[in-house]
Design a protein around this ligand. Structure first.
Ligand code: HEC
Length: 156
């Protein structure tokens, strides 16, 4: 009997651990809003990365390449926001409820981000490397500031 109980307890704990690691619920919404916007945010990260390396002197600056990245980031910059539809606050989202409760502030954070990205693109079209690097930092700050206000901490 004791053995059986132990085995049962182990099974229960294993189940708990598994469900914890199993992570997130699936995005079952027919429009897949959460999945769609995450795909774009991942592209934000991927597109910004080489410019971030230049800003931290970990990659050589190449004007043509940098310009292409800045342009690509600008193309992406407007894309996630329409995907935060009124019916899209559901698991597995990491968006805070404030996205929907403080729509004007969320819009202001988007506008700040857009203007930082436009400034980065303008800097990239010039040749002032100091300004270019500062503009990358400003974009990164804008990502962070919106995440602090509107995204639950995901550790990333
Ligand atoms: C105006 C607000 C805002 C700005 C600006 C913003 N984000 Fe986010 N980001 C969010 C929100 C909200 C989420 C959570 C989306 C969800 O889970 O539904 C998110 C999620 C993410 C994710 C997680 C995607 C995943 O797989 O869960 C990454 C990565 C990310 N953002 C990167 C960036 C980067 C890089 C920038 C800047 C270049 C940026 N974001 C700018 C609001 C913003």
């Amino acid at each position: 009997m004791k053995k059986f109980l132990n085995a049962a307890l182990i099974a229960v704990f294993a189940g708990l651990v598994l469900s914890a690691c199993n992570g997130e619920p699936k995005d079952t919404h027919p429009e897949q809003w959460v999945t769609q916007r995450r795909t774009i945010f991942k592209q934000f990260t991927r597109t910004l990365e080489p410019m971030g390396l230049v800003a931290r002197d970990r990659k050589d600056y190449n004007a043509r390449e940098f310009n292409e990245s800045a342009l690509a980031l600008q193309k992406l910059a407007t894309q996630p926001w329409p995907l935060f539809t009124a019916d899209s606050n559901y698991p597995p989202t990491h968006a805070k409820p404030e996205v929907w409760l403080q729509a004007a502030e969320f819009k202001a954070a988007q506008d700040d981000y857009l203007s930082r990205v436009n400034q980065l693109l303008a800097a990239a079209q010039g040749s002032d490397l100091g300004l270019i690097k500062r503009s990358v930092n400003d974009v990164q700050k804008s990502c962070k500031s919106c995440h602090t206000q509107f995204r639950n901490d995901t550790g990333s």
